[in-house]
Design a protein around this ligand. Structure first.
Ligand SMILES: [Zn+2]
Length: 274
């Protein structure tokens, strides 16, 4: 139980709301062992709905600008990779293969990619083209982004923001009443539009993502070349958008190297099965 969870439990007991339990893990641990307990005070449905709206808005704006799925070869490529990775999500959570997954591309110089809560994936052409990403490297990025959604890191951030408010605020937000729900909507919007993932989140997404892509038959060793490219790009004049939320650090590459003995057998088994 984390510190935040303990504090919340105490608050709930004080409020005689002991039936509301906010601490759980969104995923099973998989081979890489990611099962940290999470503070979750809003429902997945609430956040997924907000994410779907934000995703539709982004698509509509891009279509208007003439940048949505304008590179059919790229769109086909990322969709093919997604179609191999998303079935593997069942290792971590049984419901995920049945999510309403969507995969689209935006033609832009931005070096960016994300997966919003509920499985709404967007790849920006700049990331793939400017870093000359191979299919395996795209799969590593996609696995990482999907893992943020599986772990519901955005939902956790919204929950932490609520817990940081007063106990009365927590109660109101839980019950969807008054100021609590208004500030919840604002917080959720901020988190969806500009997420800032913690090091703990990043580490979990790297570990789960590496297992997902390995199980889908993509070479986990390319996690190293991918992040080397990211590191190099971050030293250029204009650091990639992607890196503002996913800092490229040498320690990340070391952690990926340390995981290879765990995920390489999964990759080799997947390749034999193809
Ligand atoms: Zn990340």
């Amino acid at each position: 139980m984390t510190h935040a969870c303990k504090m919340l439990s105490a608050a709930l007991v004080a409020m005689t709301m002991a039936t509301l339990s906010g601490c759980q893990s969104t995923t099973a641990s998989g081979a890489v062992g990611a099962d940290r307990q999470q503070l979750l005070l809003v429902s997945s449905q609430q956040l997924d709905q907000m994410a779907a709206q934000a995703y539709n808005k982004l698509q509509a704006e891009s279509a208007k600008k003439g940048t949505l799925n304008t590179d059919p070869a790229l769109t086909r490529r990322v969709r093919a990779i997604a179609s191999r990775i998303t079935p593997q999500t069942r290792v971590f959570r049984a419901d995920a293969p049945g999510w309403k997954w969507e995969v689209n591309t935006i033609t832009s110089d931005e070096l960016n990619a994300f997966c919003m809560p509920g499985g709404k994936i967007m790849f920006y052409s700049g990331l793939v083209k400017q870093l000359s990403l191979s299919d395996d490297e795209i799969a590593i990025v996609m696995g990482h982004e999907i893992s943020h959604a599986l772990r519901e890191h955005s939902r956790e951030q919204v929950s932490q923001a609520i817990a940081a408010q007063t106990a009365i605020g927590v109660g109101a937000a839980l019950l969807g009443l008054g100021n609590g729900s208004a500030s919840l909507a604002n917080t959720a919007y901020d988190v969806l539009v500009a997420p800032s993932f913690s090091r703990v989140d990043e580490n979990e997404a790297d570990r789960i993502g590496l297992e997902l892509s390995a199980r889908a038959g993509y070479d986990p060793r390319t996690g190293i070349t991918l992040w080397q490219k990211m590191l190099k790009a971050s030293q250029g004049g204009r650091p990639p958008e992607f890196l503002s939320t996913h800092p490229a650090e040498a320690s990340r590459i070391q952690q990926i190297e340390a995981l290879l003995p765990t995920v390489m057998p999964l990759y080799e088994a997947a390749r034999k099965g193809r």
